[in-house]
Write a new protein. Sequence first.
Length: 254
Amino acid sequence: MIAVTVIKCLSDNYSYIIADKDTGTVGVIDPSEFEPIDIEIDKNYKKLDFILNTHHHGDHVGGNLELKKKYGSKVVCSKYGKNQIPGADIKKGDGEIFLLGKTKFEIIHIPGHTLDHISFFSKNSKIIFTGDTLFSLGCGRIFEGTLKQMFDSLEKIKKIPKNTMIYCGHEYTLSNGNFCLSIDKENIILKKRIKEIKDKLNKNLPTIPVSLADEIETNIFLRCDNKKIKNSLDMNNSSKLEVFSKLRKLKDEF
Ligand code: ZN
Ligand code: FE
């Protein structure tokens, strides 16, 4: 059994404290900064065994060194990229396993936003940490990789079980949802989700996690073969990758 605690960091980042209940092993996903993580660890756990990073951007690794220094944590990260993760100890590649106590995480390499980007997927716990690759109702900007890499990475995530809960790196859900709705105008499920999202944000609650099943029905970046979406872009005869590339471009300008 694993417990996930959402920690708000910086202006719109999410870090996650993950605790394996059977063994008491504690980790943090993408500590943006030291203090909010330290407060939660000090209050509830008193230790931090592992720091897990999805990619090298500062808003995902900012707390690494200070947390490592205070708690003696081991830093688990991607074996891809150019050694940009502060304090890296254990480097993992696609398909490799990381054990948080008894909770098994599979590493899935999902380049596009950055070349080193990985996700941590626990099939048994039905959770995945997708960093800045798959957001709720969106996907990350392409900084280092190609459109094709980002598209393939999203396709990889689409193949995991649909009841998996997605934990991403930022609270971008509402603005992402507004973009989805500007293209996928008649999607009733999307409209319902946007209402729920607004309710949560009004209560100052995170809109994360969300199930992969819900994302597949509402996130246009996962719906590039949908007839209505293709039609609204005037791209009825285009490939999924062409539709994805167009959507990513439109989102950059949204
Ligand atoms: Zn990033
Ligand atoms: Fe980020």
